[in-house]
Design a protein around this ligand. Structure first.
Ligand code: GYE
Length: 317
């Protein structure tokens, strides 16, 4: 009943489609619960999703949870109450979703996860998960490091700037990286702390960790923004980022790519925020009752300093 009512309201009094026929895009309503606005990646992701739905003529209700799970849960509950056709969200952290996802399921509203995964035993609680393979990203970061220090036997001291505690990309990027560097004893993560995926967080944590770890060789930041914060802290300490301390990050947003091209970051693993078009496709299929793939992995690359110089002029975000 709720769905039918919403459909009518969206039809704008035009008489719309029949009850039986496929819904016109203008009759579809999607509720999207975003993580927040913590990084350049997130801003690009939000813009891309909003633009894709606008272009498709599908109404998108959008909320920003300011990186708080309780806010996202509230937003999801409100979308359930409003009887939207599809709920989509990018979970701040991995755990603690089963109850609200069950409520959506009981209300007959399909849920599409974008960007970040939930750690749930019950896969029937969502129809599809669209996003990157974060373990793979962590591995790519580790592989570059192994290659970079292939000819050296000296110890390599690493500081890791973790993303939001409990978030899928923080857990998985740490895991993939650790797995690759574990093969060689010279690599040691001497400190690992969260910077919450923000520039301010990356700066603050680096400032503190440099004091207790003066011999650091490498900083591995789980996103560009924290790496950019680390650059500020390294420069403030009178050292040269990219030379005195090498920096590896993940994302490849414009500011990160600029720092890479400038020689202040040494390597970036790409993580694409451009999920809008694919999300629209999934929504259309789900509303039409078609099958969708349970897991859709985004295609991504990596960038060296030379590659950043080349790619930068065409970088959209
Ligand atoms: O890497 C980071 C953002 O979930 C993949 O969240 C996303 C991450 C991204 O804050 O910059």
């Amino acid at each position: 009943m709720m769905l039918a009512l919403t459909g009518c309201a969206q039809g704008g009094g035009g008489g719309g489609g029949t009850e039986e026929g496929p819904k016109d895009p203008s009759e579809i309503v999607v509720g999207f619960a975003q993580v927040g606005a913590e990084s350049g990646w997130r801003t690009a992701n939000t813009k891309d999703i909003q633009a894709a739905f606008e272009e498709a003529g599908i109404e998108l209700k959008f909320s920003d949870a300011q990186q708080k799970q309780e806010n996202q849960i509230k937003a999801i509950r409100s979308y359930i109450q409003q009887g939207v056709d599809v709920i989509s969200f990018s979970p701040v952290v991995e755990t603690g979703w089963d109850a609200v996802l069950k409520e959506a399921k009981d209300a007959g509203i399909p849920v599409v996860l974008t960007d970040r995964a939930v750690d749930s035993q019950d896969e029937s609680l969502y129809v599809s998960f669209l996003g990157s393979d974060f373990v793979e990203e962590g591995k790519k970061a580790g592989e570059w490091l192994v290659e970079e220090y292939a000819d050296s036997t000296d110890p390599v001291n690493i500081i890791q700037l973790e993303g939001t505690t409990g978030a899928a990309p923080a857990i998985d990027r740490a895991e993939g990286f650790a797995e690759v560097i574990a093969d060689d004893e010279k690599f040691e993560v001497v400190a690992s702390q969260t910077g919450d995926f923000t520039r301010a967080g990356g700066k603050q944590v680096t400032e503190a960790l440099l004091k207790s770890n003066p011999d650091v060789d490498v900083i591995y930041a789980h996103n560009d923004d924290m790496g950019l914060g680390a650059i500020e802290a390294i420069e403030a300490a009178g050292m040269k980022p990219g030379e005195d301390i090498k920096i590896i990050t993940v994302d490849a947003v414009k500011d990160g790519m600029q720092a890479l091209a400038d020689g202040k970051i040494n390597f970036i693993v790409e993580c694409s925020p451009l999920l809008g078009k694919q999300l629209v496709d999934i929504v259309k299929k789900v509303v039409a009752g078609e099958e969708v793939e349970k897991r859709i992995i985004t295609e991504e690359t990596t960038f060296t300093q030379e590659e950043a110089v080349e790619a930068l002029p065409d970088r959209q975000y």
